[in-house]
Design a protein around this ligand. Structure first.
Ligand code: AMP
Ligand code: ZN
Ligand code: FE
Ligand code: FE
Length: 282
């Protein structure tokens, strides 16, 4: 039975509620799904209730935004303690900064006559959820300016767009240390995706491994065969776990649940190394 360790709900920029993501995971034939919303654990409780009701295992996680010298790095954190004070504080700081950044991006777009308001963007974000560029995209879709998120990113929201504004995010070494301190298992997400700028270079992966990194997401739709080979070798040489997952965002992206999966032995290692929280059993 398939294991998919990377999905998003409306607690961040997925288009479906946590309960619906879990239901879709069951429909996709998964035995285990991880909910890994950006910089928040907001969806954990709803997802846990749904997992128990639907008879599927739930790995509670977070996709932690990190940044070094302008490069964005995403760190998956599996089974951390959601109440660990330093981790909670760091995530709140990133979410607050994302709110300010969203206002600034909308302001820049308004100067160029792209007429959506901050209120229209806010209307696309669930109460308490992590705000991101996909919500600006949704407001542009609602306003009839673009047809879908992809067109919005292509025309207005990409990393090299004139409207792009960065937000606060911790250095990845600090994030790895925080996740470990919170009893979680840190895994670099889509390290060789080049859809968001540079790939994570090997030196940084080595530095993070020294800091306590435990895995690399190897199988992901943004990774071409050469990337998969490279990351498989790198994981082996640094004694890191190799995972695979869909990075499902509901209807916000083409990614299908279970399109990439993680081996049961790898999940067992993740569970054995985690001490912050446990897998929700059906
Ligand atoms: P942010 O975290 O606000 O910087 O926005 C990045 C998020 O936008 C990531 O979670 C991506 O999955 C999503 N994203 C990036 N490019 C696209 C795209 N072309 N279509 C839909 N979502 C995208
Ligand atoms: Zn996302
Ligand atoms: Fe990501
Ligand atoms: Fe993701």
């Amino acid at each position: 039975m398939a294991i998919d360790l990377h999905t998003h709900s409306s607690a961040s920029d997925g288009t479906e509620t946590p309960a619906v993501v879990v239901q879709r995971a069951v429909e996709a034939g998964l035995s285990t799904v991880a909910l890994t919303d950006h910089d928040t654990t907001l969806g954990w409780e709803e997802a846990a209730d749904a997992a128990r009701a639907h008879g599927i295992r739930l790995v509670r996680g977070i996709e932690v935004s990190c940044s070094r010298r302008g490069q964005s790095i995403h760190l998956l954190a599996y089974l951390p303690d959601p109440k660990h004070p330093a981790l909670v504080a760091e995530l709140a700081r990133a979410r607050d900064s994302r709110d300010t950044r969203l206002d600034r991006m909308v302001g820049k777009m308004a100067e160029d006559g792209i007429g959506i308001t901050v209120e229209q963007v806010r209307a696309e974000v669930e109460e308490g959820a992590t705000a991101g560029r996909p919500h600006i995209a949704d407001a542009l879709v609602t306003a009839g300016i673009v047809a879908n998120r992809d067109e919005a990113f292509g025309r207005f929201l990409g990393n090299d767009s004139r409207y792009y504004v960065s937000h606060y995010a911790p250095d990845p070494v600090r994030a790895v240390e925080l996740v470990r301190a919170a009893g979680g298992v840190p895994v670099i997400a889509h390290a060789w995706s080049d859809t968001r700028g540079r790939v994570v270079d090997d030196e940084l992966v080595e530095e993070l491994a020294d800091a306590g990194l435990l895995g690399l997401e190897v199988h992901h739709r943004d990774h071409r065969p050469d990337a998969v080979r490279h990351l498989t070798d790198l994981a082996r040489s640094l004694d890191l776990l190799a995972t695979g997952s869909s990075d499902y965002h509901g209807t916000g992206k083409l990614n299908r649940l279970g399109e990439h999966t993680t081996a049961p032995t790898v999940l067992a290692r993740i569970e054995s190394m985690a001490s912050g929280s446990v897998v929700v059993e059906p």
